[in-house]
Design a protein around this ligand. Structure first.
Ligand SMILES: Nc1ncnc2c1ncn2[C@@H]1O[C@H](COP(=O)(O)OP(=O)(O)O)[C@@H](O)[C@H]1O
Ligand SMILES: [Mg+2]
Length: 279
């Protein structure tokens, strides 16, 4: 897609080098999902999905249930149940697909799960500390005092009680507590690209605002977000630069944040019907 785009935009005789330089610059500072197809149990779920999230931007993905939103997130993160059959995912120019899950994380990708896993027997604080330690160069030891100071301050920011440091990761947490914990992990890991899969579900309006504030506080020119949501409501608080509609494994429409309002009003059928008529 990128190269097609490049080819189409190159004027016949001049500036080819400039265009190539611009294209490379774009790839080197974005999360690029290129013509990605992926299957589970031989059923194709993603069907040639292309999407570019430049650093500094927040892109939202909306779409009907079962359209492949979580599949996209899990494929990017390296979930072993999914088979990538074509395409690529580049993070600042580096392909993620041949990397192990932890390598993708160290490369700068973060996924907040729609359904966060419980890890009995591992305390939340130890988990976060180990995750942070894994980011340090070999032989370098985390400064425990500074780490806890930062952890507590971030928990305060998210309105999380200190008791959550000693509890096993997500074990017995309510839906909303799990979602806050996902955002806490993101704040501790400081990824360059964060994918948030329905982080709004299970949150009441006050918790939603707190979580959105946490995300907004992390917005920066060198960080990109892919915010997956089924409802427009979250996007009142995390205002996206672009909104994309995922349906049946493909992006069928992209637009500004107003597209989310249109979807809220009209649902998805008008887009999918259009799609059917087009075929
Ligand atoms: N383990 C699986 N085996 C077969 N189909 C699956 C499996 N996991 C997910 N799917 C199917 O993949 C499709 C996309 O699911 P998902 O990515 O979770 O959608 P969304 O997050 O958009 O609601 C659904 O039709 C779902 O039933
Ligand atoms: Mg989902």
């Amino acid at each position: 897609m990128l190269f097609e785009e490049f080819a189409q935009n190159v004027p016949a005789e001049k500036n080819n080098i400039t265009h190539l330089q611009l294209l490379l610059k774009k790839i080197m500072s974005s999360l690029e999902i290129i013509n990605l197809s992926a299957s589970i149990n031989d059923t194709e779920i993603l069907k040639g999905l292309t999407l570019s999230v430049p650093e500094g931007e927040v892109h939202a993905i909306m779409g009907p249930n079962g359209s492949g939103k979580s599949t996209l997130a899990k494929v990017m993160a390296g979930h072993e149940d999914y088979e990538v059959t074509s395409g690529d995912v580049l993070l600042n120019g580096t392909s993620l697909l041949d990397m192990e899950v932890d390598e993708r994380s160290r490369e700068g990708l973060f996924l907040a799960f729609q359904y966060p896993a419980e890890i009995p027997g591992v305390s939340n604080a130890n988990f976060l500390r180990a995750a942070r330690q894994a980011r340090l160069p070999e032989g370098e030891e985390i400064d425990a005092v500074a780490f806890y100071k930062e952890l507590y301050s971030k928990m305060d920011q998210l309105g999380m009680d200190r008791k959550f440091t000693g509890r096993s990761v997500n074990e017995g947490f309510s839906g909303g507590e799990k979602k806050r914990n996902e955002v806490l992990q993101m704040m501790i890991l400081e990824p360059s690209y964060a994918v948030l899969d329905e982080t709004d579900s299970g949150l009441d309006i006050d918790a939603l605002k707190i979580v959105a504030e946490g995300v907004n506080a992390m917005r920066s020119p060198d960080r990109g977000f892919l915010v997956i949501t089924h409802y427009q409501r979250l996007l009142d608080y995390i205002v996206p630069d672009y909104v994309h509609v995922l349906s049946d494994g493909q992006i069928i429409r992209s637009g500004s944040k107003e597209l989310a309002l249109e979807l809220e009003e009209k649902g998805y059928d008008w887009l999918t019907e259009k799609q059917l008529n087009k075929n």
